[in-house]
Design a protein around this ligand. Structure first.
Ligand code: NZQ
Ligand code: ZN
Length: 386
């Protein structure tokens, strides 16, 4: 294992009724004005808004609403939130939603305390923010695990970039599986696929020999596969749902990443695809993953063969290591079709006449995986997905 330091700043309240049980005590730690951030209105239809505003009002809070946070949140939306927070001298941000709301608020919390433009600060001056408004997250859509880390993915429309920005960790995250029961099944599936992707992106980094982080990752991947199948069959299955919610958090709370390098090259490709098409994150990933792994499998057949046997139950008898590795990727491809997420860009529903070379050239290249791609490799992978 590589050397690491592990501390974890997010208090997790997991389980049904967690907001009713714990939110008031958390709010009591902060000043009177709360920025209540949410998306396009699902929380009003589901009753979550009513439940949370009752708790906020009972706690004597003044609520400032920051609504309409879109999927793939934009930099303009971040600036709107920061303006609101400053204008109303907000003491605390309560982010209620999926990865998009949760990410947007991480950067609002930093920008509200920062004179300089945070994009320039991080990308031009290479400085990370150090002061933040405190925040809590209430997860209503699982999958990204965004509530567990301090990275946010923000779309800068003008620059045609969907890029990571670093913000604050949440003080606490409320993970009530019951809050996710109204998620449309399409979002359940794309969210769970995103969790699987986070595990794979972490697994396919060095070291290639057996290590605890990867063995835990194998367990999380098997869990996601099993419980997603169970959830598709019985959407109201609370047990399977709660497993998926925690698996998503496990994917991004750092535990699976300890002592190893991660890849996240597929994510970088998906993010730029998102910058140009605004596609759904999990569905963009499913359209890319198999083509990406078929492109790099020969660079680490041993690790892909382990993935095949331990995650997908491929029988290696009578197969070479590389054949076993490919059989695992075939199993992943079959699973993608089975759960009904796109296998390619056509199924993703994006136009075919996009400026592919330009998109490929804009993809951030990562160094922790096995592929060590160039932009030309990225273009070829895009070609294979069309
Ligand atoms: O906006 P509303 O009306 O709330 O509807 C949302 C949205 O349309 C809906 N929804 C959420 N909870 C619901 C619900 N509908 C019914 N009932 C509920 N309980 O779900 C839709 C999708 O929400 P969104 O937050 O956009 O989805 P997701 O959680 O997949 O987040 C995607 C964003 O997270 C980023 C992605 O790039 C993308 O921008 N990611 C963040 C990561 C991180 N910070 O660690 C990691 C990921 O890899 C990912 O990149
Ligand atoms: Zn993701």
């Amino acid at each position: 294992m590589e050397a690491f330091t592990y501390t974890y700043p997010v208090t997790v309240y997991f389980g049904e009724g967690a907001a009713k049980e714990h939110l008031a005590a958390e709010l009591a730690k902060h000043g009177p004005t709360v920025l209540l951030a949410y998306g396009g209105g699902s929380i009003k239809r589901s009753g979550i808004y009513e439940e949370l505003t009752a708790i906020l009002h009972a706690a004597g809070k003044t609520v400032v609403e920051f609504s309409g946070i879109m999927s793939n949140p934009t930099y303009e939306k971040v600036q709107e939130g920061a303006r609101l927070a400053r204008e109303h001298r907000v003491d605390f941000i309560l982010a209620v939603g999926g990865g998009s709301v949760i990410d947007c608020c991480k950067i609002v919390s930093a920008q509200a305390k920062l004179e300089a433009d945070i994009w320039d600060c991080e990308y031009a001056d290479h400085r990370l923010p150090t002061e933040f408004l405190p925040m809590g997250a209430v997860v209503t859509a699982f999958g990204t695990g965004a509530e567990m880390n301090n990275g946010a993915v923000i779309t800068h429309t003008e620059k045609k970039l969907k890029s990571p920005l670093w913000g604050a960790f949440y003080d606490f995250a409320i993970l009530d599986p019951a809050y996710t029961m109204t998620m449309p099944m399409g979002q359940v599936v794309s969210g769970a696929f995103d969790t699987l992707s986070h595990c794979m992106e972490t697994y396919f980094g060095s070291p290639r020999e057996d290590n605890l982080s990867d063995e835990l990752s194998e367990a999380v991947m098997r869990n996601v596969i099993r419980n997603l199948r169970r959830t598709i069959e019985t959407p109201e299955d609370r047990f399977a749902r709660s497993e998926l919610v925690w698996a998503a958090a496990m994917g991004e709370n750092g535990i699976l990443k300890l002592g190893k390098a991660t890849d996240f090259q597929c994510h970088m490709m998906e993010h730029q695809l998102g910058a140009y098409t605004d596609c759904n994150h999990g569905r963009g990933l499913s359209a890319l993953h198999v083509a990406y792994y078929r492109y790099i499998v020969e660079m680490a057949p041993d690790k892909f063969a382990k993935f095949a046997c331990r995650v997908w139950g491929v029988d290696p008898a009578g197969k070479s290591e590389l054949e076993t590795a490919y059989a695992g990727l075939d199993a992943l491809a079959v699973f993608i079709r089975e759960i009904g997420v796109p296998s390619n860009f056509r199924e993703l529903g994006i136009p075919d006449d996009l400026p592919w070379q330009e998109i490929a050239d804009s993809v951030m290249l990562t160094s922790g995986g096995y592929g060590h791609l160039t932009h030309e490799d990225v273009r070829k992978i895009f070609e294979a997905c069309r």
